[in-house]
Design a protein around this ligand. Structure first.
Ligand code: PLP
Length: 351
């Protein structure tokens, strides 16, 4: 995104100072990091001192999970950044419970209540699922989890910058985000930690990030992330509306071209704008990815196949999508630059 690049360039060309140093070269980068933190906080309704920069969504998720205490309850369709961090903690003797999403790809209060066990200290449920685009009612989940005496983390990597997120209204304790999901640079993200909460450090070392996340700050990436988020938030309503229209059109054209098309998570109450997960029974999702790639269109598959096996993603397994459908799943993410012409091009390329 041009806004991000513009903001980053001075820190890649000349303003090389380390923000933690005391000499004058540190002043400009230190001020830039301070402003970036304030800007990001404003975009999600947080206080600046509640934003902690990380190397991306994976680190933020690992930090929330590994820095917490007590048993862990997570949804079965979390990103592997949460699932594998939780598996690591299980190996250290913590209780780990998985909540099963509904067939239309949702985790609600009911799913949390059904999975609940004594001793749960942290619940982690993603705001929006990265394979289905379904959006959970995070505010309602936080109320339920707090009423049971535990803390609540949400992996909002797919949501921040795309749908309105206000940590105060949602009343979450931890929230993970990643810049490359909102047109910012790769390898940078943040964890929101509610003021006053204790969470063990993931990285020990220097006193950066208020002594809670060691390591010299990636100044250029931090300012790029803040600029990208600010630009995304400013045009979110307008872009979101356009993308919803485009996604609706894409679904209609897909149904017209492939009458047996199925949309995993498609009947969920809320979906990410511009996100379409579609299964074409009898086709190979992986094959479609290659066909579209040759035509300059990048999409993802829901199952990876070799000649003998079909490895269906854990998300499609969790929503109990039949394997014959899961084999043919691709997910298409439309962005702000896409047009109606692109929608037609995608469907034509799939025929
Ligand atoms: N969580 C979700 C929902 C994601 O989609 C991703 C990346 O695809 C991550 C976490 C990991 O983020 P990062 O790539 O910034 O480490």
């Amino acid at each position: 995104m041009p806004e991000a690049l513009e903001a980053m360039l001075p820190f890649m060309k000349g303003d090389f100072g380390n923000p933690s140093s005391i000499h004058s070269w540190a002043r400009k980068p230190r001020e830039a990091v301070r402003e970036a933190r304030a800007s990001i906080a404003e975009c999600i309704g947080a206080e600046p001192e509640e934003i902690f920069f990380t190397s991306g969504g994976t680190e933020a998720d690992n930090w929330a999970v590994k820095g917490s205490e007590g048993g862990l309850l997570v949804s079965a369709y979390e990103h592997h950044a949460v699932l594998n961090a939780v598996a690591h903690e299980a190996g250290r003797g913590r209780i780990v419970v998985h909540a099963r999403p509904t067939r239309n790809g949702m985790i609600g209060v009911r799913q949390i209540a059904d999975a609940w066990q004594k001793g749960i200290g942290l619940v982690s449920v993603m705001t929006a699922n990265n394979e289905l685009g379904t959006i959970n009612d995070v505010g309602a989940l936080a109320v339920e989890v707090h009423s049971r005496g535990a803390l609540f983390h949400t992996d909002a990597v797919q949501a921040v910058g795309h749908i309105p997120i206000n940590v105060r209204e949602l009343d979450v304790d931890f929230l993970s985000a990643s810049a490359h999901k909102f047109n910012g640079p790769k390898g940078i993200g943040f964890l929101f930690i509610r003021k006053g909460l204790k969470v063990a450090s993931l990285l020990d070392g220097g006193q950066q990030e208020d002594g809670r996340r060691a390591g010299t700050e990636n100044v250029a990436a931090i300012v790029g992330m803040a600029a990208a988020l600010k630009a995304n938030c400013a045009r979110m309503a307008q872009v979101g509306k356009r993308l919803e229209g485009l996604a609706e059109r894409l679904r209609a054209e897909l149904v017209a071209a492939f009458p047996n098309a199925v949309f995993p998570g498609g009947d969920a109450p809320r979906q990410l704008p511009g996100f379409v997960s579609v299964a074409l029974p009898g086709r190979s999702g992986e094959g479609l990815v290659h066909i579209l790639d040759l035509k300059g269109i990048a999409v993802s598959a829901g199952a990876a196949c070799d000649s003998r096996n079909t490895q269906v993603s854990h998300v499609l397994k969790a929503i109990r999508l039949p394997v014959c459908q899961a084999r043919g799943v691709i997910r298409i993410s439309l962005g702000a630059e896409n047009t109606l012409e692109d929608v037609r091009r995608i469907v034509d390329a799939m025929r």
